[in-house]
Design a protein. Structure first.
Length: 62
């Protein structure tokens, strides 16, 4: 569970461009593994797209 939260935090920071130095990113990748980061990143991207679609649907009033 703790590794999942660390992966979510790393992905969220990278989404806004505050991932830190390259050495820090390499350390996080080594600690967490690349597959969990990719999985969390894809899930977060899908949630972002779904949220934007819902917002557009709400704003259009349909």
């Amino acid at each position: 569970m703790f590794n999942l939260m660390r992966a979510v935090r790393a992905v969220l920071w990278s989404f806004i461009g505050l991932g830190g130095r390259r050495a820090d990113a390499d350390k996080r990748t080594a600690q967490l593994g690349i597959l969990p980061l990719i999985g969390v990143g894809l899930c977060m991207a899908l949630l972002l797209i779904a949220g934007l679609l819902a917002l557009a649907h709400f704003a259009a009033g349909t």
